[in-house]
Structures are given as C-alpha cells and as structure tokens.
Design a protein around this ligand. Structure first.
Ligand code: NAI
Length: 218
C-alpha cells in the first residue's frame, strides 16, 4: 500500500496534523470523510488535501470519501509510529521536566529511558518513574542502552557539547530545544523546536493588519 515516491518535506510537515484529526475522527467512530469535510475541520483546502493524500495511495473514492482508519494507519506508518523509540533528555529544568512529564509521547511510541542533568540539587529526584541522573554518566548510559533520540534541554552554550556526546555514542536523531544551530554529521538528523519563533510569528500576525494599513497610508 502507498506509492513509493519520496514525499516532500512540506507534505511531511502537514502529516502530524492529518494524523491528529484522523485519530479524533476514529475515536468518534467516523469511518469515511470527504476531502471537503476534512478541509472544514483542518483548515487546508480540499484540493491541497487531495493532493497531499494522493501521495500515499488510493484511500479516497470519488463521492465516497476517505477511509479514515486506512489513512490514519498509513500516515502513522509513514511517520514511523508503528515503531518504538527510546529517548533520553539532557537538561532537567523547565523544558526538560515538561517534556518528561508529557505522557502522550509514550502513547505515540517515544519511551523515555533516562533524564540527565548536572545540577546536584536535581540529581536523584524522580520525574514520573525516572530518577534524574548525573550527566557525567550519560556516555556510559548511552553505550549500554539503545537510544534512538537524544533530547537537548540545556542552555544554548551547553547544547553542542551534549550533541557531541550523542553523536559520539551513535545517536542518529536529536530533538533540540536549545536556541542554537548544532553541528552534526550528515547522517544525524536534528529537529529544532523554537517556541519563541512561533511566538514571534504570532506577534507578527497580530500586528499585520496595522502594518498593512501604515503601508497603504491609512
Ligand atoms: P532551565 O535553566 O530551567 O534548565 C536547564 C537545565 O540544564 C538546568 O537544570 C541545568 O542544570 C541543566 N544543564 C546545564 N548545563 C548542563 C549540562 N552540560 N549537562 C546537563 N545538564 C545541564 O532552562 P529551561 O527554561 O528549561 O530551558 C532549557 C533550554 O531550552 C534553553 O536552551 C532555553 O533557551 C531553551 N528554551 C527553548 C524554548 C523553545 O522554544 N525551544 C523555550 C524556552 C526555553
């Protein structure tokens, strides 16, 4: 099932949203949905949805709509959610603890294996069932446990150092919350999360109308 062509990153970035909405539909026992109805819920145009979903095979039938479960499962597979991933978090401050406490990640297949910090006041404290460990033990931990994803929640000055340890120990995917660009080899994937960029976009949009008025001199 599914066409074997590469999917563009623009489409990939929209997939989690499809996945989330289709999951909600399934929980509400909806079996089929038209691109028009999906468009009303998601906010993408119906033609965008048809184009995107065409990438994965024939889930829609003219006049009949999409098979919600089949599409949900296929998108889940494409997102790699049929697998389980072991993760570690380095930096057990505000962000690190928030990520560790978000149990929904476990449900999606991301299993938190360990959490590390360098602050003696935090080391030994438990977050959910995980005891915060000394970051000095990180390398040894990574060598004796299979970890797929390293999560960086330290201040930006410390981020590269942690990324280097991840790379040295064979981690191929980094989820980086520190506001800095990491230098990693080509075979290591970094996904940056910048809440402040999203906030600045919101601030731009809040002021957009005013800027536009100024521009046209009203
Ligand atoms: P925080 O100060 O509460 O936590 C940072 C933790 O990292 C502290 O517990 C500290 O002891 C630990 N740490 C520092 N150096 C370390 C090292 N070498 N090894 C192990 N642990 C170390 O900071 P917060 O608010 O949790 O922010 C963490 C990072 O996330 C910062 O880089 C911050 O700029 C960034 N941030 C990112 C956001 C985003 O949108 N991605 C939003 C807010 C913060």
């Amino acid at each position: 099932m599914g066409k074997k062509t590469m999917i563009s990153m623009a489409v990939v970035r929209r997939l989690p949203k499809y996945y989330r909405y289709l999951g909600e539909l399934l929980r509400n026992d909806v079996e089929r949905i038209s691109s028009k109805e999906l468009s009303e819920r998601i906010g993408f145009t119906a033609s965008q949805i048809r184009q995107d979903l065409n990438n994965f095979g024939d889930f829609g039938q003219q006049g009949y709509g999409y098979n919600v479960r089949a599409l949900y499962e296929e998108i889940g597979k494409i997102l790699g959610l049929n697998k389980h991933y072991n993760t570690v978090i380095v930096g057990a401050g505000n962000i690190g603890q928030a990520v560790a406490n978000y149990t929904n990640f476990e449900r999606l297949g991301f299993h938190l294996l360990g959490i590390f910090d360098r602050n003696p006041k935090l080391i030994g404290i438990s977050i959910r069932d995980k005891v915060i460990q000394d970051v000095d033990n990180l390398e040894e931990f990574l060598r004796s446990n299979h970890v797929d994803i390293g999560i960086i929640c330290v201040p930006k000055e410390q981020a590269q150092k942690i990324a280097d340890i991840f790379v040295k120990c064979g981690i191929k995917a980094i989820w980086n919350f520190a506001p800095t660009d990491l230098n990693v080899p080509d075979d290591v994937i970094v996904e940056n999360v910048h809440l402040s960029e999203s906030l600045l976009t919101l601030s731009y949009r809040l002021n957009e109308a005013e800027l536009f008025k100024e521009k046209i001199g009203r």
